[in-house]
Design a protein around this ligand. Structure first.
Ligand code: FAD
Length: 285
């Protein structure tokens, strides 16, 4: 019998908040850190390390601007005029001063959020739902294995900064190349393993690295997030090859190659169900 992780699901509430860009820092060739002031989060209860917001973008051609009433827009306008959401993690958050940082992957000129972050200027406004969140390192575990690409690095690093006393962690973080390192938390209990893609498809080197790390003997919690293709492989590694208890694992696709977030979110349930069916079949074989 395993003890479930400390976990609850606090989904973003439906009333949007706004924040103002107060700092802009290029932290690696692939990541821009934007700092925001947001009085709306002062006093918020944010106990998790994967707190995220749903950033709202007004679609091109829509005739409204912020501030708007989201419920009224969703009730009264066609779907293609509703704000489009993109999900991002708080890398740092201070609910006393009302400040947070988000690290945006700059993945070229496709999409909404990545390009927006590259163009952002001090004083720009960000509108979002949330924050939501679900996971933090539980003191019931002795060791943590965390893995992800750049999109999951903020949640991974926030978790490394909040490890239970005496716990150890190995974090596998995929980056485009050895030249794309950025600041990671350092401590004697933490081993950060950088995994350069060097031109390989997103996720392929990462699963190789996680697989090579094997299954630790200590009581281990797993936090694995990032590109969907890597998630499929890692689920098989954990649940079929390792027979790891599902309650010891937080795993999900944060994004998918060739899909916008809307397309990915719309297909995610099928993706998860396919994976589960394959895992059941493989476990019976
Ligand atoms: C809970 C959660 C937390 C997340 N936290 C973060 C975070 O802190 N920082 C972060 O950068 N991302 C984060 N993501 C991932 C982010 O939401 C997606 O990458 C999103 O698709 C980016 O939106 P976009 O408008 O830039 O691109 P989209 O319009 O969604 O996609 C346009 C194209 O870009 C590609 N693309 C999207 N993301 C990437 C990427 N990371 N690398 C390469 N190509 C990509 C898509 O496959 C598509 O072809 C998180 C996702 C989830 C679910």
């Amino acid at each position: 019998m395993t003890t479930p992780e400390v976990r609850s699901d606090r989904r973003p509430r439906m009333s949007p908040k706004s924040a103002e860009v107060t700092s802009i820092m290029r932290i690696s060739p692939d990541l821009i850190r934007l700092g925001f002031d947001c009085p709306g989060i002062i006093g918020a209860d944010l106990p998790f390390t994967d707190h995220y917001v749903k950033i709202l973008f007004i679609p091109q051609g829509a005739d409204y601007t912020w501030p708007y009433d989201l419920a009224e827009i969703r009730d009264s306008r066609p779907r293609d005029q509703h704000p489009v959401t993109r999900t991002y993690t708080f890398r740092h958050v201070d609910t006393v001063s009302g400040h947070f940082d988000i690290d945006f992957v700059t993945h070229g000129d496709q999409g909404l959020a990545g390009p927006w972050a590259q163009r952002a200027e001090i004083g720009d406004t960000l509108v979002f739902l949330g924050p939501g969140g679900a996971w933090s390192p539980s003191p019931e575990y002795e060791h943590f294995v965390l893995a992800g690409d750049e999109a999951a690095a903020p949640a991974i690093f926030a978790a490394l900064e909040a490890l239970p006393q005496g716990a150890t962690a190995t974090a596998y973080v995929e980056i485009s190349s050895e030249d794309a390192l950025f600041d990671a938390p350092r401590s004697a209990s933490v081993d950060v393993v950088w995994v350069p893609r060097n031109g390989a498809t997103h996720g392929t080197r990462l699963i190789e690295a996680v697989r090579a790390g094997g299954f630790p003997e200590k009581r281990t919690s797993w936090f694995i997030h990032g590109v969907a293709e890597m998630i499929r492989e890692t689920r098989r590694f954990l649940f079929v090859e390792g027979a790891v208890d599902r309650s010891d694992v937080s795993i999900s696709g944060y994004w998918r190659l060739g899909m916008t977030e809307d397309q990915w979110q719309a297909s995610k349930r099928d993706f998860n169900e396919e994976n589960e069916a394959e895992e059941r079949a493989a476990s019976r074989a």
